[in-house]
Write a protein that binds this ligand. Structure first.
Ligand code: ADP
Ligand code: MG
Length: 211
């Protein structure tokens, strides 16, 4: 997928993330302070507006880096820093890439994961977006030889399984940690957002194939 196609895909991801606000709000009301949906809506509506016809970028890395900067400056909350860091650090690792291949995606997710863990101090099993991101990064690395369009559905599946697993976890970080055991049974809202970003990539790719 070239730079222009990546811009188009990320525009449709941003649009769909904005539409997901009510669902994300509901999940953050269950175990957090209820603002995650609004943060995602704010961040990704700014991203969608940025990725208009006049937007240009030299390469795929720059598209993702500009998205990260926009999220960091507009989203707010703990997750603004977290998702901003994912995109910026991930993008830095594929700076200059002319194509979004599965290998580039794997590199993006892996470097993003490392940076998110450093920035927020959480790790896998702490009931955060890391629990969707880490399995997605591993699956992308495993499928690095496949075309992006062929691999993305399985990467989504790995992230969604990660979301399922967060239901069994007790939050030890962020606002949900005050709930302790009461966070059991509920998925982590940030993990849901992480899996949705990947899912909307896959849906965009599928919609293009269907045309
Ligand atoms: P806030 O916690 O400031 O209210 P949001 O509600 O927007 O922020 O986002 C909460 C989500 O952010 C959580 O569901 C979790 O996935 C993610 N998150 C919070 N803290 C961390 C962290 N230290 N590392 C990774 N993800 C985190
Ligand atoms: Mg919150």
């Amino acid at each position: 997928m070239n730079t222009q196609e990546t811009i188009e895909m990320m525009r449709s991801v941003a649009h769909a993330m904005v539409q997901s606000e009510p669902m994300l709000t509901k999940f953050d009301q269950a175990i957090g302070d209820g603002d995650h949906g609004l943060g995602i809506e704010r961040g990704f509506s700014n991203v969608e507006a940025m990725l208009d016809e006049s937007f240009s970028a030299a390469d795929v890395g720059q598209v993702l880096q500009k998205i990260g900067t926009k999220l960091l400056s507009t989203m707010g909350g703990a997750s603004g820093a977290i998702f901003g860091t994912l995109f910026r650090a991930g993008a830095k690792s594929i700076a200059g890439a002319p194509q979004l291949t599965t290998e580039a995606l794997a590199q993006f997710l892996t470097a993003g994961l490392t940076a998110v863990c450093q920035r927020g101090g959480a790790s896998e099993g702490d009931k955060t977006m890391i629990d969707a991101l880490a399995p997605a990064a591993r699956k992308a690395a495993e499928l690095a030889e496949l075309e992006f369009e062929q691999a993305i559905a399985q990467v989504v599946e790995a992230a969604e399984q990660g979301v399922e697993q967060t239901k069994e976890m007790v939050a030890t970080t962020g606002k949900a940690k005050t709930l302790g055991e009461r966070s059991l049974g509920h998925p982590d809202p940030g993990a849901i957002s992480m899996s949705l970003i990947l899912k909307f990539m896959a849906e965009h790719v599928d919609a293009k194939v269907a045309v």
